[in-house]
Each structure stands twice: as C-alpha cells, then as structure tokens.
Design a protein around this ligand. Structure first.
Ligand code: BMA
Length: 312
C-alpha cells in the first residue's frame, strides 16, 4: 500500500458481488449521496449476462447497504429496448435545489456511449431530462450549483482514445453549448486518457475536482485517481493540477477483477462539520471501496504537488 492523503477504509472492499448474491457479476462505479440523513446510491451492476444497469441501494452509515435487486426504470426516448435502464452505467448524482440529477453513461444507437441526464426527488421514480451530446461521450458530472446563471457539466467526449475533460453549460439542462476544454490527457498516470470523477466541491481556492487518469503498461491499462483545482467563476480554467495521484491500484481487490488495476472514483461525500471526505470508487471493475481524507489536506496536497497549467 502506498497511500498519499486518502486512506483506505479497513473494511474495504465494502460492497462485493458475493455480498449481493443472485445474478450479479460485478458492482462498481456508482453514485452515492447523503439523502434525508442517510445514504442512497445508484449502483452500476453488471449481471451474469454481462448487461449493465442501475440498482438502488440505501444505507444508514455508508458502509452496510441494502439493495433493491432490480434495474431502475426510466422511460427514455432514445433507446430502443424493452428495458432501457439495462444499458446504463457509471452514474454521478448531483443535488441542485431539491432535485437530484443523475448523469450516467448510456449505450444507445447501437453500441455507442452517450451521457444521459435523469432526475428524481425521492429516488422512487426517475424522469428523463435529456441527452446533452451526441455519442461518443463516456463520463458526465454536473456541478452542484449554477455558475454564471447556467448549469455546468464536466464531461469526456470520447469513447476511447484522445480522451480529455471538457466543460459545457446550459440554461435548462436540455440545450448545451459554450464548450471549453478543461484539461488534456498527459502526465505520468494520465498520459493515455483522463475523465471527470465525482461532483466537484466548492472550496475557498475554487472547485476541487477529482478525476481519473489512465496509463498503458505492458500488461494493460492502469486507472488512478488524482485532483485539480478549477477557477470558481470560470471553471474551465485549471488553477492547479496535481501531478501526484491521490489513489492508485495497489491492493489485491483493486488489482484483480474483471478489469485489472482500476480505481475509478465516482462519488465524494463531504461532511462539512468535520471536513471529512469519503471517496467511493470502483475497484477492478468488480467491487466498491472507500477511502477517507480531510478536505483541507487534499486541497493542500494538490497545490503543493501542482503544475500551474494543464500542459505537462
Ligand atoms: C472506462 C469505463 C469504466 C470502467 C473503466 C475501466 O472506460 O468504461 O466504466 O471502470 O473503463 O475498465
């Protein structure tokens, strides 16, 4: 184990396919958020037919979860399938006002990945909002408030190679434009591709953004998590990009699984009273881990180990 500021929870992995029982091959990159004093999550579950969809889970403490073992259902105009939710994966959940928006990746128009937005107020019923961009796009996450009067999303307009982080804005979550490139792939652990992770958190220096980066080794791709600070009013501007990763696959449960050597961060729960961050991440595309850090220490670590711009 070679940890930086994030420390792995000793209970890791906290959720495994074995705990789920039944027709589950893998449970990994998931959206988790505090809801009515407890935790709720939409979990990426691959079944034993290797189809992807979202299960709902609830928890009192963020570690022990109960699941509704069925795909959530959303009526979706773009997907020609008897059960559209079965094509969904890698959700991120953002609360804006009293509404929870879920941005996730959807296989549509054949086998092409697109980001899709749905919304809910109660996590019982989900409503389609829009499909912001044409394919391919692999990761999308909304900021937790409007910036300059518009909704803002980080996303990754690529299905594979040349994968960089972009930002776009919208007056209504349906019509998107004002595209900016935020960060190019590059650097040691992100030299092959990068993509946005959990919902950014506002700090006094700007926005704390945790993202994933990929490098190619002789044995295949290695996925790490790192951090950057974006400008508060112009969040496409990178103020500090951390050169050192925050989390890299070192444990057996992160190294061995359906895809080897993957930590894939998708949710960050922030306790404002204590400053604690809980980073939930997919491990080897098979199970879920959580790591903890103090938010100030994370920001300081990124700034101390920074590049002043996105050019490595
Ligand atoms: C990415 C996404 C993730 C996955 C990762 C590692 O492209 O498909 O869902 O965790 O690859 O396989």
């Amino acid at each position: 184990m070679n940890e930086t500021v994030f420390k792995r929870d000793p209970r890791n992995p906290i959720i495994t396919p074995q705990m789920m029982g039944g027709n589950v091959d893998a449970i990994h990159n998931s959206g988790i958020i505090k809801f009515r004093g407890k935790y709720v999550g939409l979990f990426r579950v691959d079944d034993q037919g290797l189809r992807e969809g979202l299960y709902k889970g609830t928890s009192d403490d963020g570690y022990k979860w109960s699941f509704e073992k069925k795909w959530i259902k959303v009526k979706h105009p773009y997907v020609d399938s008897p059960d559209p939710a079965r094509k969904a994966f890698d959700p991120r959940i953002t609360k804006i006002g009293d509404t929870y928006y879920i941005v996730y990746c959807l296989w549509c128009w054949g086998h092409k990945s697109s980001v899709s937005i749905i919304k809910t107020k109660d996590f019982e019923t989900f409503e389609h909002v829009g499909l912001p961009f044409p394919p391919q796009n692999r990761n999308g996450v909304l900021f937790p408030r409007k910036i300059n009067g518009k909704y803002v999303m980080l996303h990754r307009p690529s299905g594979g190679g040349d994968a960089d982080i972009f930002l776009s804005s919208s007056p209504d979550l349906v019509h998107w434009g004002e595209h900016h490139m935020v960060m190019e792939h590059g650097g040691g652990w992100g030299w092959l591709k990068i993509g946005p992770g959990p919902v950014p958190i506002e700090v006094k220096e700007g926005w704390l953004m945790i993202f994933h980066g990929v490098r190619m080794m002789a044995t295949g791709m290695v996925y790490c998590a790192g951090g950057a600070i974006l400008d508060r009013k112009r969040p496409w501007k990178v103020l500090h990009r951390g050169v050192r990763y925050l989390l890299a696959p070192t444990e057996d449960y992160e190294r061995i699984g359906d895809v080897f050597n993957v930590v894939f961060p998708t949710s960050l729960v922030h306790d404002e009273a204590t400053g604690q961050l809980d980073l939930y991440y997919g491990c080897a595309d098979t199970r879920i881990g959580v790591a903890h850090a103090d938010i100030r220490e994370v920001v300081d670590f990124i700034i101390k180990n920074r590049k002043m711009n996105d050019a490595f």
